[in-house]
Design a protein around this ligand. Sequence first.
Ligand SMILES: Cc1cc2nc3c(=O)[nH]c(=O)nc-3n(C[C@H](O)[C@H](O)[C@H](O)COP(=O)(O)OP(=O)(O)OC[C@H]3O[C@@H](n4cnc5c(N)ncnc54)[C@H](O)[C@@H]3O)c2cc1C
Length: 383
Amino acid sequence: MASEHIRFLIIGGGIAGLSTAWHLSRLEEGERTILVEAEEHLASHSSGVNAAILRSLAEDSISTAIGLRSARFLREPPTGFSETPLVDAFGLLLAAGPERSEELASWVSAMEPGVASRCESLEAHEVLLRAPWFAGNVTRGFWFPEEGRIDIGALVAGFARGARQGGVEIRRGVRVERLIEEQGRVIGVRLSSGEEIRAETCVLAAGGWAGALGAAAGSKIRLRPTRRHLMVTAPQSDLDRRWPVLWYFGSREEGEFYCRPEGGGLLLCACDITDVDPERYDVDSEVRRLIASKASRFLPGLRDAQAAHFWCGVRTLTEDGRFAIGPDPDVEGLFWVAGLGGSGMVCSAELGRLAAGGLLGSSSDQDIMEALSPARLTQSALD
Ligand SMILES: Cc1cc2nc3c(=O)[nH]c(=O)nc-3n(C[C@H](O)[C@H](O)[C@H](O)COP(=O)(O)OP(=O)(O)OC[C@H]3O[C@@H](n4cnc5c(N)ncnc54)[C@H](O)[C@@H]3O)c2cc1C
């Protein structure tokens, strides 16, 4: 590909960059798009270390709408996208204690009526019929029979393969050192190898690193990289592998907690949030203890389970919890697909579609694009 013909240069081969590349290729822009990923393997950061839960309900109705549309894609991907199903729909149970029951119900009532009918409202005793093993103080719940677990490997492979077939050049093991500016406009990137690539628009899909790359080029967009841990227990002989995903919204003191079956054991999360520098962060053994303590409180049958794996990853948050998709308000030639928070895998298909539409100026989703506009996240907009 001759660099002078590059229209879109995507920085980052996580789910944000890959889905955007895939959608651009479907819109006949593949031949003029290049994606660069710093690591040797695609999706080796957040997009490869997450909990893979398909939960489309979010606190915010716009994020829920994006999640629901994306979930439709995951359940019924286009022909040839994946040889295996992308979703194992063993069900998702959202359960709340007294402090958060009303709030949870308000998220559900903000869903489109047709979609809300696909989730079942449950009284406390009905929640416990579905999850008799759970010992939280549940007062209300919602059952989503079509949700469950995403096959992350198949999803990443589907986007990458489709993008390549559509003409996108994907380069791995290539780090963007910095964006190159000329007269207040980004005109390309400089790679750590010293090579420079020019492009009409640079797309920042660099997850936790996006904020720093943008700031160095003069952007005022502020994102918040945070760390979250996950633990998987050793296999448990008496554990039913068809348990649903359970997500509990406890009291202020309890916080949130979720679990789902994984490889004969359980994947557990205490829903911790700590600000981190994506360049240097590590697992915190305190959180390991927190997970163990929540697990023994909420899952008494699992008290003796040993941890088999314990790891952490970065969730990049925005001030209002919505994604940042759109042009930078101050730096021309720079377009953001970032701030995917804790639902980037669920929302991947739809956020890539929105990003591609925004890049080509062909989006028919003006209201949503306005709500996702990065302009709301500049320091001055936040002050
Ligand atoms: C513990 C945990 C649990 C989660 N659980 C879920 C879940 O159950 N369901 C769900 O939907 N979401 C979940 N998420 C969130 C989801 O994983 C993220 O929203 C998503 O992966 C973010 O994708 P991304 O492409 O923005 O970032 P990343 O996957 O981090 O991709 C960014 C890429 O950019 C590359 N890059 C960075 N800088 C440069 C550079 N200078 N040059 C070239 N390349 C660069 C990086 O190497 C990286 O590959 C979870 C996240 C965590 C951490």
